[in-house]
Write a protein of this length. Structure first.
Length: 163
């Protein structure tokens, strides 16, 4: 099986790590570090992916993405100062800050209200349509089914429908 033009069978640890760096993961539970501010979280994501911009450039990138999520005022906040939905948006920003070609999302909008869900879906669609990214999303959120190019319905681990 190939991912990002790389054969995965027999791929060494270093190669696996390189592939993972090019995939944005949005977890159902935000998994933020309590000691890090939003900016520090996004900076760490940039560094781990191999993108080491200067502090001013990193902050500008972070602010631009956070603005799309309505979160720019929380750039210097820590998770304990945020609501669950705000933490989830930081987790989404962390996954998207490096503009990955593949985004894997597990219930990314579960903690978000309708307006914020709309912002997130709009952003993901832009990454697909303009940036050429692919998004694989697992969700029970029927508000976003219509945004998908393709849906697969599963019940008890079995595919029961596709469109």
């Amino acid at each position: 099986m190939q991912v990002l033009d790389t054969e995965l069978a027999g791929l060494a640890t270093r190669g696996q790590r390189e592939i993972r760096r090019r995939i944005g993961f949005i977890f159902q539970d935000h998994n933020l570090f309590d000691a890090l501010t939003t900016f520090q979280t996004l900076s760490l994501a940039m560094e781990v992916a191999g993108s080491r911009p200067k502090r001013a450039e990193a902050r500008q990138r972070a602010l631009a993405l956070l603005a799309k999520l309505g979160m720019e005022t929380l750039i210097d906040s820590k998770p304990r100062q945020m609501s669950t939905g705000q933490k989830q948006r930081v987790a989404i920003a962390r996954a998207l800050i490096n503009e990955p070609p593949i985004i894997i999302a597990d219930e990314p909008t579960a903690a978000l209200d309708a307006d914020t869900t709309g912002l997130v879906i709009k952003l993901l669609k832009q990454l697909v349509e303009i940036g050429g990214a692919s998004v694989l999303m697992v969700t029970h959120d029927s508000r976003i089914f219509s945004a998908a190019n393709r849906t697969i319905t599963m019940v008890d681990g079995r595919i029961v429908g596709a469109r």
